[in-house]
Each structure stands twice: as C-alpha cells, then as structure tokens.
Design a protein around this ligand. Sequence first.
Ligand SMILES: CC(C)(COP(=O)(O)OP(=O)(O)OC[C@H]1O[C@@H](n2cnc3c(N)ncnc32)[C@H](O)[C@@H]1OP(=O)(O)O)[C@@H](O)C(=O)NCCC(=O)NCCS
Length: 175
Amino acid sequence: MNLILETERLILRPLELSDVDGFFAMNDNPNVSKYLRIPLKTRGEAEAYIRKIINEYQKNGIGRFAVVLKNTNNLIGFSGLKLRANAENGYENVYDLGYRFAEEHWHQGFATEAAQAWLKYGFNEMKLSVIHACAVKDNIGSNKVLQKLGFEFTNEYMANNEPHNWYKIEKHNLK
Ligand SMILES: CC(C)(COP(=O)(O)OP(=O)(O)OC[C@H]1O[C@@H](n2cnc3c(N)ncnc32)[C@H](O)[C@@H]1OP(=O)(O)O)[C@@H](O)C(=O)NCCC(=O)NCCS
C-alpha cells in the first residue's frame, strides 16, 4: 500500500508495525476508548489491531490510515475508509468512515480535516456513490464531526447493547 494523502496540517499514510507504541499510547486512555467496541487494553492488542488493518490494505486496497502531524512527524490518530464486510444495521460490504485521535489533539479540527480528505478520495478516486458512518448515540463529538462534514442521519439502531446512529453521505452533500 503506497497511498499517501496530504492536507494543510496532516499526512495520512498507511499504518505500520512501527506505529504500535504510538497507537497504543493513544488508545490507552479511558476518554479515547469510552465509546469503542474494541478497546485496546494491551500493547499486544494494539499490535494485533494494526496487523488486522494491514491485512485489510492487502485484501481490500483500503483501510484506516495513520494520521501524522506535519509539524512534528508524530502519529496523532487514525482516520480513513474501510470496507465493512460484516453486517451492521442491515448493511454489508459498504465503505465507512472512521477516526480516532489522541486526546491532547482533540478540538483542533483534525478529525474534520482528515475526514474531508478521505471523502474527496472516496468520491473522486474510488468513485464511490455513497459513504456510510456510524457513532454511538451518546458520543457527541463523533456525531458532531459527521454532521459538520455533511453526513445525513439515516436511522438509530442497536449494536453491542448500545443505541447507535447510522449516517450516509453522497458527493453532492460534501461541505
Ligand atoms: C470524536 C473525535 C474523533 C473528534 O475529534 P476532533 O479532532 O476533536 O474533532 P474536530 O476538532 O474536527 O471537531 C469537529 C466538530 O465537532 C465538535 N466536537 C468535537 N468533539 C466534541 C465533543 N466532545 N463535544 C462536543 N462537540 C465536539 C467540534 O466543536 C467541531 O464543531 P465546530 O467546528 O462547530 O466547533 C475525538 O474526540 C476522538 O478521537 N474521540 C475518541 C475516539 C472516538 O470516539 N472515535 C469515534 C468512534 S465512532
């Protein structure tokens, strides 16, 4: 996988095994993992998660990417499109947007900036007609990011015993 996207402040590049420590440090925070279905509690779990993503790059040609701050060259989060092969809310084999950032980098527009690059890539390069996303209903930050990007709320559904919101965006809704 040799794709790299660039935004004003960020580099989006494939995750590598050398990212495990930074990735684990970001995840090892109850505020970051609060709404995650698979919280990563050990370095080994973080490594297995990155291996799974690398496998998705090989299988599907896409997956969540590392987000690196240009200023410092540090990993500050992950963001990207993924082929959601398993059924969720009645959908399967759809592309969804996901993201996660280290808490010290919240509220600076990074989730939005990275996602905008991914939406452009998805519509213009992958030629997708629709991109989906979901968020736990109580995860206000994540729901706000999606709404700000132009995603439309579709329906509420239950997963993992928690109410979730399902969203979709089409190219003409891009902000
Ligand atoms: C959700 C998350 C990605 C937001 O990242 P971020 O970089 O802080 O988001 P942005 O700065 O791009 O914010 C986008 C908008 O959402 C709002 N927002 C972000 N977090 C918020 C929060 N916790 N509460 C209320 N609003 C919030 C911002 O104010 C901004 O709106 P504005 O421009 O009108 O002010 C980040 O909090 C995170 O990584 N959380 C933990 C992991 C997670 O929950 N991932 C999503 C799983 S579905």
